[in-house]
Design a protein around this ligand. Sequence first.
Ligand code: C2E
Ligand code: MG
Ligand code: MG
Length: 601
Amino acid sequence: MEVRDYNRNNVFKSRRNLFRQLLKSLLFISLLLSLITLIQQIFVDKFTVSYFYPLTLCLLVIQYCVDRIHLGWGAFITFIVMGSGSISLALLTDDIALACLSGAILPLLLRFTVTQRWILLFIPVWLSLLVSIHSYNVQTALVSEFYTHLLTLSYSVLVYGTLTILFNRIYSLVSDKEYKENNDLIDEFIDSYQVHQHFEWLKSKNPDGVVRVYGVYLKNILDNVGKSSDSSNEFKEAIVQFNQLLKGVCPPGASIGRLENGVYVLMSERRYWDAFEHGLRQLKKEAPDFSPIVVSTDTPNDSIDLDSALNNLDTVFMRATKEKTDFARFNLKDRDHLNAQTDIRFVDVSQAFEKDEIQMFFQPKVDIKDNNRLVGAEALVRWLHPEKGLLTPKEFVDLIESSPYRLKFINSVIEQSAHFCETMKQSGLPISVSFNLSANDLQDLRVTYELSQVQQKYGFDAGALQIELSEQETDVSLDNLKRSLDAVKELGYSVALDDFGTGMSSLAYFQNLPADTIKLDRSFIKDIHINRLSEHLTNMVVGLSKEEGLTVVAEGVESAMEADTLLKLGVDQVQGYLFGKPMPPSEFLQFYGLELIDYDL
Ligand code: C2E
Ligand code: MG
Ligand code: MG
């Protein structure tokens, strides 16, 4: 996914380079001048320290203004000692300039290059020099000359050091300013690292570990940035303005992160999801000039971790751009797109079976009319891939179904579901367990045989195991499908019509197939509390189902408001993240405070 890098177009980047070059040249010039002056003094024997005088003082003033040089007690004492020493030197040599330089300015200049602690060292050096001058009574002229060269040399070094410090200081001021200006764009927003931290926190906070991740992409800005060299300020102002709008629409408790590539990543606790989504939908109205595209994905349903969730967001964004929509959720199309990029091979499938990497997870179904009592679970397959992590069905089921392992897979789904049903029974909380089979699977006599074997092995009551038949397109005729379903019902399985309302043949299925349960697809459930059409349709399906004596299950319930509306509409059971994510058997039992009971069949 290509998202423009904001920094790439940052004018400060070139300014910084320019500044670096400037700094280098100035330092080079200052060093050169110092050396020339030094050589001139040594060979021409001319006292030219006066050149340094104004320069040094100017540097001092600048430095003082920039940094407010801090003189501690150590430096102060040094200053006093060297100052009084310089007076005695002035009296001795009659050279006021030399005395001022060495006594008053030298310690001050030294302060630029050394710490206060080290300046103190100059006191004994200075005092011993003074004492030696007096005690050996060296000729005044000689002493003066010696000190002139010594001081000139130290001045060359000091000027160079001062310049370096000064320019470093200016440089850091500029880069600070630059950093701040860049950071104004993400003012109060968390960075990539913190986004990851917040993700982990939410994962542990939500009881079922489900985290919904939103991405906001500013397409207009991403497209226009960098088209003209002077667009930078405008661009930054626009971003700051957008940031304000974004903050305005997000409820408290939501985190807003801004990644290096300019994508906003937003997350919140589940209780804010509704308000959060409502706010993000407002964004389009509040910020029409920015054309924000809001996309979302769920973990662990759509992806195992935040990085793959971010990858999902990019995929959804690309689709949303293509479909010219501004609010999109990760769906089958995106999964297919990603699937095309995955490289799972048949050989991986064979190993997966050998190593028991393909396992069933179970998601609770609760009776909303009976205080959310657990009544069932749906078996959803997962691949615990050693490298790719937890894979969801859309990433591999098609591949397995077209591989030589198809039958093995179906048998494993049936067996694991039955085993779990028995486990729950043995643990003291009997529930019905459903699993997914396709119309084609049901046409396969070997599958029907397996179903009969399992039923024989466990001897479940009728309806303890349920087959979920999806409304996916199939070339199996309605008559054939009806015959197969009649057969499995005779074996003691109940039948649910899965994803009801999404296919072309909902009503034909409803009318002709011997179903016991209707599973309303999540597309009707989502936002049902605010979507009148979904409410009407659900109401209609519930009415029809009741007349036919069918149970209605709503899939993908995420918010309490959705659940309340479903209860009002007369839906019997609900399944969704609000009540529990798909979990491995042991976790499921733990979730309901049960202990795993070993049993022999
Ligand atoms: P499905 O049978 O309709 O399963 C429901 C899907 O919705 C599951 O996705 C489940 O994790 C997800 N879901 C549950 N609650 C929520 C919620 O609150 N919000 C949202 N956004 N999603 C929720 P999953 O596990 O990825 O399965 C996808 C589909 O893959 C299933 O749809 C089913 O058609 C198929 N599938 C799953 N397991 C098997 C299997 O063992 N065999 C076959 N043939 N297909 C399977
Ligand atoms: Mg299903
Ligand atoms: Mg479904």
